[in-house]
Design a protein around this ligand. Structure first.
Ligand code: ZN
Length: 241
């Protein structure tokens, strides 16, 4: 059988490079991990968690699945959240979506995709919930951008509603939940301004974030030229903050 020589060679080079920069790096890391962040992102190969935020191994606890969903019956995701919150005591959980997400796009298509449609059904629910907001966008590309944003906000809200996060907040644990979206075409993260620090703030944070997505429509209508999601969000931020 053929081995994946290229990848294995590349791994040797990578480890060697890190060893040269910091000879104690792997030894120290092997003793324990103490990341402050849990990243819940999409499995998309173009959204590599550590690289995007310039973090080294040990700095980011990561869970990825198709379209960064947080489903309350998904034991895999819940177990990750529990370990991150109760054992690692991370201070931040960020749900990170990305524009142009294939899973989000597939969720609103009419043709069947097989088994994955059961998973994408959760995004379809987000679409149905915000149908009115989304129908204000006649451009399908922009509608997809908005659905990707709304999906992040809904999933961040789902994180807040897990028993693990609720319990941590009830115990007074320092833990914040954030919603971010990444741009494949420019490599930049857009803060969707959902930042919940306790159980009481979730509803307000949710409403504010959704309001901002609604406000984007007005900005597009008032502008002569089409703008990308980031410049729209920069404007919305200047209005609200
Ligand atoms: Zn994706």
């Amino acid at each position: 059988m053929k081995r994946l020589t290229e990848l294995l060679d590349s791994n040797r080079e990578w480890a060697e490079k890190i060893n040269q920069e910091d000879p104690a790096f792997f030894e120290t890391l092997a003793q324990q991990q103490a990341p402050e962040y849990l990243w819940i992102g999409c499995s998309d190969s173009r959204v590599p968690a550590n690289e995007i935020v310039g973090m080294l191994p040990g700095e980011l606890f990561v869970h990825r699945n198709v379209s960064n969903l947080v489903v309350h019956t998904d034991m895999n995701c819940l177990a990750v959240i529990q370990y991150a919150v109760e054992v690692l005591k991370v201070k931040h959980i960020m749900v990170v979506g990305h524009y142009g997400c294939g899973g989000v796009a597939a969720a609103i298509e009419t043709e069947p995709h097989g088994l994955i449609d059961n998973w994408l059904r959760h995004i379809r629910k987000v679409y149905q919930k915000h149908r009115e907001l989304l129908s204000a966008w006649d451009n399908s590309h922009q509608q997809l951008d908005r659905l990707c944003e709304l999906n992040v906000i809904e999933q961040a809200c789902n994180v807040c509603e897990t028993t693990v996060v609720q319990q941590a907040w009830a115990n007074g644990q320092d833990l914040k939940v954030h919603g971010w979206i990444y741009g494949l075409s420019d490599g930049l993260i857009n803060d969707l301004e959902f930042n919940a620090a306790n159980a009481e703030s979730v509803e307000e944070e949710y409403k504010l974030a959704i309001n901002k997505v609604e406000k984007l429509r007005e900005l597009v209508q008032n502008s002569e030229k089409t703008q990308n999601a980031r410049s729209l969000w920069d404007k919305v931020r200047s209005i609200f903050n």
